[in-house]
Write a protein that binds this ligand. Sequence first.
Ligand code: GDG
Length: 466
Amino acid sequence: MSEIGTSSFVVVANRLPVDRVISPDGSAHWRRSPGGLVTALAPVMRAYDGAWVGWTGSPDDAPEPFSTSDMDLIAVPLSAEEIALYYEGFSNATLWPLYHDVIVPPEYHREWWDAYRQVNERFAAAAAEVADQNAVVFVQDYQLQLVPQILRSMRPDLKIGFFLHIPFPPSELFAQVPWRRQILEGLLGADLVGFQRDGAAANFEALAEQFTGATLVDDHLVLDDGRKVLARAFPISIEVDEVTRLAEDPEVQARAATIREEVGSPKHILLGVDRLDYTKGISHRLKAFGELLGDGTVTPEDAVLLQVATPSRERVEAYQTLRDEVELQVGRINGDYGRIGKPAVHYLYSSYERAELVALLRAADVMVVTPLRDGMNLVAKEYVTARTDLRGTLVLSEFAGAADELGDGAMLVNPHDIDGLKRTLIKAMRVDDAEAAHRMKLLREHVISHDIDRWAQDFLTVLRAA
Ligand code: GDG
């Protein structure tokens, strides 16, 4: 690779960690996209002349490899058709629902699979080209599960790690996928396969034994050729310093006070912040809140629900249907219980600056995180980190990965149990300050000592030793 050279540390992810920004004069430059993963890996990138292989986010976009202060960037082009088949199709309409408990039915199409395989080959080839002899390659997430095996066949010298950001299902669900063996063998190309929860790692081990020649010996899967693969949980986290800095910024705190006034200074602000995704349990949350208003347990003067729903995957049909359903529900609740100038639910279909999000977290008395299934859920960890004032209560679904770590301080719920969810919301609204502070302290101790830097270090230390 000409001017860019090779790297001893390579990240491979669906997206590059930069966005193209067009200046007023029409010229274009790249700006680092916000995100904990890139921030956590940036120091490693700087130390090892790192390179990041990924797609720019636009069809047929193939800029030459270029460098930022932290790393080299290698763009993998995708055609509009590949985006439809590999990304919107196999990644987001087959794998995403399959790995999230088939909340909507996964679709299996052979042409989607073919595109997935071809695109994975392209990512692997780009990584093989940029990696130094014996380099460490860190592959991210469900869009690229075949990369480890393809890359190993091209470059047996590499040390390959893979991390799955979403859940990994049990055999009862995973066995549906017509290409189950190929996906498992794809992942087994890695030396280390990381998951969010212990249960996901156990599911993977069981499936590898069931559908491939692998055998679990002590902690490792041993393959037919004798190679060893380690599957383990590495619960991901957030940039604690960044959220703390914003939470302590006087402007952010003033904005939080303004938000409270703007929603009419109710006794309780309940908050949801999610990508508009059917995994996040937004409808269950709305149903519970609507019923509390309906049976008179709360009034719109007592409590409002602020729901930020960030637009997501708008070209995938299930997301269009979900949007209609959620907006119908919000409209009904406001129609039934709102008054002029006093909606019961403030629904915001929009994405916000980080500072505004943290102001919302600071304004909320009850953070309602009710996914039906979620790899981790970073919003829960961001809420806890933002509450340097030890106020506020986290209501957290037991089906979020975060429940493994935050179960002591959060109020855990089963979001399918609407009566239970209603009781928990009431309990969270009525909790006294001392108990809330005690719970928040427990939560904060854990998140502050387990930030994303620690996650990256843990993963890479185990990978290097593998
Ligand atoms: C996947 C897994 C796993 C949200 N709205 C805005 C905005 N956000 C930020 C949040 C948070 C992130 O996006 C969302 O992270 P989550 O973890 O909640 O959810 P997914 O997007 O589904 O992420 C998940 C994660 O990967 C990491 O491994 O935890 O389980 O599904 O940081 O604050 N950020 C900005 N504006 C918004 O409007 N700037």
